[in-house]
Design a protein. Sequence first.
Length: 152
Amino acid sequence: MENGRFFEWVPGVDFACLELPQRQTKAAAGYDLFSIKEVRITPGSVLLVSTGVRVKLPVGEFLAIFARSSLAIKRKLMLANGVGVIDADYYDNPDNGGEIMIPLFNMGEEEVLLPRGERIAQGIFMSYLTSTTEGSFLGKKRVGGFGSTGDR
């Protein structure tokens, strides 16, 4: 699986009774991501929800993260950053082992309880193109967790 794409548990995570992300139907594009532990999200706040999983990708691909479509209607939750992007070099990140974290915003008026194992987002594998100009790659090395390529 060296050049393949796959999900795996972050080392040291308690994944008892949970499954790695998977598609729910043959025609589904997204792989469901779950909350690894019970969390409470207060109204008007954002919480990074742990999934306990990381993804191995070949260079030239990324995992796009979207909120599950029912999350906003049923739970009044939305992905705080609209769409997440997990780059191939995020795997095995030294700060967090490459764990995929889901930033959820509670736009409702009541606290929301997410139980362990609740499906909260979906990941879709995608390819990308790069510019042919030399200046498009800055040569930076990933050094942190969520938002780890810098603030600018």
